[in-house]
Design a protein around this ligand. Structure first.
Ligand SMILES: Cc1ncc(COP(=O)(O)O)c(C=O)c1O
Length: 342
């Protein structure tokens, strides 16, 4: 068994599981939940902090500030504190109890904004970012990581996740399916494979109601995926197909994967699975597909996996047969010209 000198060594090179219930293709989930704090964002935290230090943006013992209601906030807190920094995380009052509790346990200083900051589609992302910027300006010796606008969100996956996939497949799979929010994973992985393995197709997945692929925004319950604007890391020429999946179908597939495959994964993994099954309907059989599963279902015990929360939010969990019918309803956005989508 491997013994490491630092908790930070438990970041990167997560494991893969091949799904047994889908026979026509070779479907693998890359399980990023086996990183130190349980998500893909550990790699972002380590890369952002080391690079900010190299560039003189973050001094020894300086304070790290970020807006995040989830995985990146937790990862930055753990990695930041291990490297000797104070960490302030801006959340909003929709942040789930368990995410907030984890931030507290790991030692984040939490700053919370209220729902008066919601925009018309119910998002507080821009308000949280503006607040984080203000806190940074008022905090001496501090640095605002700003994952939503920072090019490091893409660089990190070009240098880590993409190489991990190349190593695993001894080259490249036929298709890589990635969820989007900052589009860091999508663009980092895509730029690497576009350069080295141009035949590999890259599919992007978002939640219905988010503003990454379209302007057709409305409130949604998914956390992890989605953003109220198109992030700078996203460009249409980095993807071959773009899918939007409903909260209900994404959550339902998480239940399916837990029961039938023994894989307890977060909400965005259900969306990735739904989009994959929809997209494969128009591909030849026998594709090797690498799907990125960004985190674990443990993060969602008081939301997606809580019957009362589902009822309060009017969300119905589909059974296996209903899931298969709903897969046909996944929306695919096609690019017409560079910027145009339908
Ligand atoms: C669970 C989960 N899935 C997917 C994503 C999307 O990742 P990215 O920000 O690299 O687009 C995130 C981002 O926070 C996430 O937390």
């Amino acid at each position: 068994m491997r013994v490491t000198n630092s908790a930070l060594d438990v970041i990167g090179n997560s494991t893969y599981v091949n799904l047994k219930t889908f026979k026509h293709h070779n479907l693998d989930f890359k399980l990023e939940q086996y990183n130190l704090t349980g998500s893909v964002k550990d790699k972002n935290a380590l890369y952002f902090i080391n690079k900010a230090k190299q560039q003189g943006l973050l001094a020894e013992g300086g304070t790290i500030i970020e807006s995040s209601s989830g995985n990146f906030g937790i990862a930055l807190t753990v990695v930041g504190r291990q490297l000797g920094h104070r960490v302030k995380i801006v959340i909003d009052n929709k942040t789930s109890r368990s995410m907030k509790r984890l931030l507290e346990i790991y030692g984040a200083e939490i700053l919370e904004i209220g729902s008066e900051h919601c925009d018309d589609a119910g998002s507080m992302q821009k308000a949280r970012m503006a607040y984080a910027k203000k806190v940074q300006e008022e905090t001496p010796n501090s640095w605002y990581a700003c994952q939503h606008l920072n090019p490091m969100t893409s660089e990190v996956h070009y240098h880590t996740t993409a190489l991990e996939i190349e190593k695993q497949y001894n080259g490249a799979p036929d298709i890589i399916v990635v969820g989007v929010s900052t589009a860091g994973q999508l663009s980092g992985i895509s730029r690497f494979f576009r350069e080295k393995y141009p035949n590999t197709k890259i599919w992007g997945v978002d939640v219905k109601g988010s503003g990454v692929f379209t302007k057709d925004r409305h409130p949604y319950k998914m956390t992890g995926l989605g953003l109220s604007f198109t992030p700078p890391a996203f460009q249409w020429d980095l993807i071959d197909r773009a899918f939007c999946v409903s909260d209900e179908l994404s959550f339902s597939l998480c239940y399916y994967l837990a029961k039938e495959e023994g894989l307890f994964m977060g909400a965005s993994s259900g969306a990735v699975m739904s989009a994959t099954l929809n997209g494969l309907q128009t591909e030849a059989s026998g594709q090797t597909v690498c799907m990125i599963s960004a985190d674990s279902g443990q993060r969602y015990l008081d939301t997606v996996f809580n019957a009362q929360w589902l009822q309060e939010n009017n969300i119905n969990i589909f059974n296996e047969k209903e899931c298969l019918q709903q897969i046909d309803k996944v929306i695919e956005h096609k690019k017409v010209l560079n910027e145009q989508i339908v």
